[in-house]
Design a protein around this ligand. Structure first.
Ligand SMILES: *Cc1c(COP(=O)(O)O)cnc(C)c1O
Length: 490
């Protein structure tokens, strides 16, 4: 082949046509349909398999090969997927996966992912259906959470990112837009408040935003893990007296340890009197606003300045689908919009549209997360999703009741939503740790542990829409027979 001076082939005929599409579309169609069928069966028969199993040694070895230069038959690649990937997943599709707050996904969400990746839209900006659908979700969430028209919103990977973006907006609104250029200097020290039970990503957001996690005050909580408003008031007064600049309070709607909900209305009062940005970490709980029976628990969320939430948890949308809702859309734009030439707008054509997602957060290129969220809510309906959320809370109470009735167990935290934390009487931390790990490795059930008041306890987070009362009863049987095998409480 002859090359031009810069190494590019001199004539088109010098290379085979380079498209990466399949040479034989019929064969591709057959293979793709086969894999889709297998995935549907995988979900349909999820109960027949272990909740979780560690990747086989052969599988770990399989993924240590050097970069392949040549092509391989697609059918062989798909067989590798069947053999080495599908059996060794996280486990969160299974009804007895209760270790962490992970959503279970749905078949409709899976189909949405085929469409989203097939269309391969870049949802950072420009005028196309992707942005229209995302705006629909912004309006739906505004409606569900009691936000006004004019709120803005954005899909992000998860609530960790959404909380970070919110902290950054609160910082810019406190210090003014010039902080984007000057950085943090010569100002009084900003300080923020959240509860001692808040998720660790709040501290990380303070670190990433340059304010520093030492300037995040952890407000004391009550016995149920909820922020104490009086303690918040006192801390703000003390900081003001010392010359600090309180700018942000983060309430949690469903803590990761126990599902506790901070007194959001009290925090809203304090934030408004003290002129603080009131952000809610609703990663777990905000979508419970879709449930008629749970909505009242979140009173005050409608008065917040921003809410982070995760469709991939209780919303059952496939990973990842984090979301940030911001009351004042202009504030979000003031923090993130960039004047780059290649992002210029037009009044028509592909560059139309005044606000693009890239004006509202740090991502430019981004996928079509809105589609799987829209298809999930559109197909199932908000009522059904709300009912499944309420059902998992009901199951948590059922589990708590069964545990309380058995002499071996004691509850370690009130059940606020869907998380049950319990101890085993007469045991120690090592016993609990071993029990949990053995259960996980047995493939029968996957609880986890957490620490409450310094004590290691078993933690069950019921998030899965597939979990039934019979599953919870089955879990009790697994627990009691495992204890009996160990010669305790038999
Ligand atoms: C899960 C969770 C987060 C983090 O959200 P990701 O989607 O995992 O990034 C933050 N806060 C709480 C309360 C959570 O439960």
């Amino acid at each position: 082949m002859s090359l031009s001076a810069n190494g590019i082939p001199a004539a088109a005929g010098d290379l085979a046509e380079p498209s990466l599409d399949p040479a034989d579309w019929d064969q591709f169609r057959e293979l793709a349909h086969g894999l889709l069928d297998d995935m549907i069966t995988h979900i349909e028969t999820i109960r027949q398999r272990p909740v979780w199993q560690a990747p086989a040694e052969e599988t770990r070895q399989r993924f240590t090969r050097p970069l392949p230069n040549g092509s391989r038959e697609l059918g062989e690649v798909l067989d590798d997927v069947r053999t080495h990937i599908m059996p060794f997943a996280t486990g969160n599709l299974h009804p007895l996966f209760m270790g962490w707050v992970h959503g279970a996904g749905t078949p409709v969400g899976m189909v949405a992912e085929i469409v989203a990746s097939g269309l391969n839209m870049n949802c950072g900006g420009r005028d196309h259906a992707g942005l229209v659908v995302e705006q629909q979700i912004v309006r739906w969430m505004s409606e569900a959470l009691g936000y006004p028209d004019g709120a803005s919103g954005l899909f992000l990977t998860g609530s960790s990112m959404a909380n970070f973006v919110a902290v950054t907006i609160a910082r810019t609104e406190a210090l003014g837009q010039s902080v984007r250029e000057t950085g943090l200097r010569g100002e009084r020290q900003l300080v923020a408040y959240t509860s001692a039970q808040a998720h660790s990503c709040i501290a990380q957001a303070m670190q990433l935003s340059g304010i520093g996690s030492a300037n995040l005050r952890l407000v004391e909580v009550d016995d149920a893990g909820r922020m104490l408003p009086d303690a918040l008031r006192a801390m703000i007064a003390e900081d003001r007296a010392k010359g600090f600049w309180p700018f942000l309070v983060v309430g949690t709607a469903g803590t990761v340890n126990t599902g506790a909900i901070d007194p959001l209305a009290d925090i809203a009062d304090i934030a408004s009197r003290e002129n603080l940005w009131f952000h809610v970490d609703g990663a777990i709980g905000a979508l419970a606003m879709l449930s008629d029976s749970l909505r009242d628990l979140f009173k005050g969320i409608e008065r917040s300045a921003s809410v982070a939430l995760d469709f991939h948890k209780w919303g059952q949308v496939p990973y990842d689908a984090g979301f940030l809702l911001v009351r004042d859309g202009d504030a979000q734009k003031r923090t993130f919009a960039q004047p780059a030439a290649y992002l210029q707008r037009a009044d028509r054509g592909l560059a139309a549209g005044e606000t693009w997602p890239c004006d509202l957060g740090p991502d430019l290129s981004r996928g079509f997360r809105a589609l799987k969220t829209w298809m999930t809510i559109e197909a199932l309906g908000a009522d059904r999703i709300g009912q499944s959320i309420a059902h998992s809370c009901m199951l948590a109470h059922h589990l708590a009741k069964r545990l309380e009735r058995h002499p071996a167990f004691e509850l370690k935290a009130p059940v606020a939503l869907n998380i049950v934390c319990f101890g085993i009487r007469g045991s120690d931390a090592e016993f609990v740790r071993t029990l949990v790990l053995d259960l996980q490795e047995s493939g029968l059930a996957a609880p986890s542990w957490t620490t409450i008041n310094g004590e290691l306890v078993v933690r069950c987070a019921i998030v899965n829409h597939r979990t039934t009362t019979a599953d919870i009863d089955g879990f009790m049987d697994i627990l009691t027979s495992t204890l009996a095998d160990r010669g305790v409480w038999s």
